[in-house]
Structures are given as C-alpha cells and as structure tokens.
Design a binder for this molecule. Sequence first.
Ligand code: C2E
Ligand code: MG
Ligand code: MG
Ligand code: MG
Length: 277
Amino acid sequence: HAKRQGRDRSTLFDSEIQMTARSRFALESELRETLKTNGLDVFYQPIMDRTGTQLESAEALVRWKHPQRGWLSPIEFLDVARSAGLMYELGACVLKNVCAHWRQAKDQNTPLPTISVNLSAEQVLVPELPELVREICKNQDMPVSALQFEVTEDSIQGDFSGIGRILEQLVEAGAELAIDDFGTGYSSLSRLKTLPFSRIKIDRSFINNLPDDDNDCAITLSIIGLARGLGLSVVAEGVESEAHEAWLFEKGCDYLQGYRYSKPLPYSDFISRYCSR
Ligand code: C2E
Ligand code: MG
Ligand code: MG
Ligand code: MG
C-alpha cells in the first residue's frame, strides 16, 4: 500500500509540473469567478445496502464543467482551490448546490436519499461552519438530518477541541458523520471514539485486491470488526466486482459503494435511475 501511495503522489506531482504556472493562474482566477455564481456542479454516486440491491444514500462529488477544458474532476482543481485559499467557498458552493438539488427533487416528487457531503480540512476549522450548514438547509426548507458529512482522518489531526466542537454542532443540528478513506491517514483510533462519528468508510485501496491479497483481507476484516465493536456502521468504497461484493457481504460489511453499482452521475441521471417510481 505504501508503494501505491507513493505512485499516486508522483503522478500528482508530474501533473502539477506539467501544468504551467500560467495555466495554473488562469485556472485559479476562473475558479474564483465560477464560485461567485455557484458554478460548480455536483454528481451523485449511490451507496447500496449490503446486498448491493437497495439504494441507501448517495455521495455528492464536486465537478467543474470548464468552458474550454470540459468536465474536470476534483483531482484536477482541488489543489488549485486549496493553494488559492478557496476551499471554504468551494465547500459552501457544493452545499448550496446539494441543497438546491434536494429541494428540486422533493418538489418533483422524486426525493433524494440521505446525501453524504465531503468536508475539507479547511472547512472543519471554521467555527461558522455549523451555522452556514443550518442556514443553507433552512433556505431550502430542508432538515439538516438529510445530510451526512465525510471527513478524512487527516482533516481531524490538529486543533482537536476546536474541530471536535464544530463536528459536534453538526451532529446536534441533525447530520451524521462519517470518517472517510479510513486506514490511509494519520489520525489515532482514539479520535474515532471521542468524535461523534457514526460511520466508517474503508478506503478503496484496501478493497481493490480483495479477496486475493491476504493483508488487505486482514485489514478490511479488522476495520469491519472495529466498526462493529464501536457501534458504527461501515461502508466499503471502490467495490468494483462481484468477488468484492460477495466477500464483503460474507464478512458483514453494512454498505457498498463503487463502480460495480454506478459511477458518480449527474443529478438528472441519478434521479431517473434511483429516485423515480
Ligand atoms: P472520496 O470522498 O473518497 O470519494 C470517492 C472517490 O472515489 C470519487 O472520486 C469516486 O468517483 C471514486 N470512486 C468511487 N467508486 C469507485 C470505484 O469503484 N473505483 C474507483 N477507482 N474509484 C471509485 P472523485 O469524485 O474523483 O473524488 C475524489 C476525491 O475528491 C474524493 O474522494 C474527495 O476526497 C474529494 N472530493 C470530491 N468532492 C468533494 C467536495 O465536494 N468537497 C471536498 N472537500 N472534497 C471533495
Ligand atoms: Mg468521500
Ligand atoms: Mg472516500
Ligand atoms: Mg477515497
């Protein structure tokens, strides 16, 4: 796994040096403009029950339809947003668009399931975040309990008490909290216990080589056991094959997410495939 991470990192680095300073600057100012009009889009990926047949919830994943470059995925612009100090605004834009979709779906009688929204490290450091969430939901007459939030282990590393308070306020407002990409970051297990998480998402790097890789089997099995022991639910990310699904079902994983079911879909495609009767 260390090797795989190393490779990801160098790929990221290569694409970064390929992107000239000039085009990076252009992308930054275009992103700034786009955020002014909430111009980013959100795609939805289904999260299925343990049998892989029933929709449980959906993860909202940001996309950018760039006028010249076409659809951009987060890996192509989150770095730019981060270094430009735009992550809080980007997160607000995603939330506004998710809540507008939720309302539209409700009004059209094709209600969305619980939506899981990724929060950045930058967002969970801002004391006003819970108020922002409440306000954006209120504007759409939407209960905060229709949302779930995902934070990575690395996002909850520093300033423990401040972040803890912000996360608790989100939970008090009604949202559930999941720890994302579990097993790849640098947090301690005690934070799972002390922060108000109700769900663990197993990183897809552990799921990839199931059931052939003994180490990945052992790690995944122990994360499922950890979740069970702590009374948390557990989701496997990156479920791509029938073999993944069968193994995870047998080991008692609660929910499944991955290309086996669907790639992230534009709102209207998601609605017609999963929310229409
Ligand atoms: P993540 O939160 O772990 O999201 C899951 C990523 O895995 C998504 O990539 C999804 O398309 C991809 N994925 C899902 N199933 C499979 C599969 O079976 N196989 C493979 N190979 N990949 C799969 P995406 O949409 O490119 O997002 C990448 C990351 O960008 C996310 O990882 C998340 O960390 C970040 N991100 C996405 N949207 C947002 C957002 O609105 N706010 C913030 N702060 N971060 C976001
Ligand atoms: Mg996520
Ligand atoms: Mg994840
Ligand atoms: Mg991941």
